[in-house]
Design a protein. Structure first.
Length: 202
């Protein structure tokens, strides 16, 4: 979603700068997620060797590393394979959201509402605000500040639900956070862009 918004706002610059941010954010987020989930995994080992092994074996991290290596190699997929892969890629988010919706329940939402809402506010409001404020002293231009706000304020990734379930985390809470941020970021990002325009940052 962050990449799509960046492209709609800034065209080719948004795509190129956004792709560079993705190359940093996805591995970073996934490594940190594996560390946290492995540390609190019921009955799991919490020594650094075990956590490092889980990071190395994480399919999301492996996928990102493989994609980066393929991009650096200069190779190109055949058109038919690229088209087929795009069809599967287009299916992933709807299928993940369907799975999340099936996991959610009224009881789970009520019991986890305070925690889920607090985590969602951090993702939608406080994290992008902190990112923009921390970037101000480094002379980022308006487009770069807007991209920082977009990426840090985008909805929680649907894959976080899959990872939480696979590693024995609270998948219901993850589903609630994804649902809240998916519904809420349309408003918070719009307000964030508007506030940055009023303040003259972009």
């Amino acid at each position: 979603m962050g990449l799509a918004l960046a492209a709609s706002l800034y065209g080719d610059f948004g795509l190129s700068a956004g792709s560079l941010m993705i190359a940093v954010i996805i591995p970073l987020y996934n490594v940190l997620s594996v560390i946290v989930l492995a540390t609190y995994q019921p009955g799991g080992r919490t020594d650094w060797a075990s956590i490092a092994l889980k990071i190395v074996k994480n399919p999301l991290i492996l996928g990102v590393v493989a994609g980066l290596l393929f991009a650096v190699s200069g190779l190109h997929l055949p058109e038919w394979l690229h088209t087929s892969g795009q069809y599967f890629a287009n299916l992933t988010l709807p299928l993940a959201l369907i799975s999340i919706g099936g996991t959610m329940s009224v009881t789970a939402i009520r019991n986890a509402s305070r925690t889920a809402m607090g985590a969602s506010l951090i993702k939608m409001v406080w994290l992008p605000l902190a990112g923009v404020l921390l970037a101000l002293p480094f002379d980022f231009d308006g487009r770069q500040l807007a991209l920082i706000m977009l990426y840090l304020g985008s909805p929680s990734a649907a894959t976080s639900f899959v990872m939480a379930r696979a590693m024995g985390g609270n998948a219901e809470l993850a589903a609630n956070i994804i649902a809240i941020t998916t519904l809420g970021t349309g408003l918070t990002i719009t307000l964030g862009i508007f506030a940055m325009q009023l303040s003259g940052l972009i």
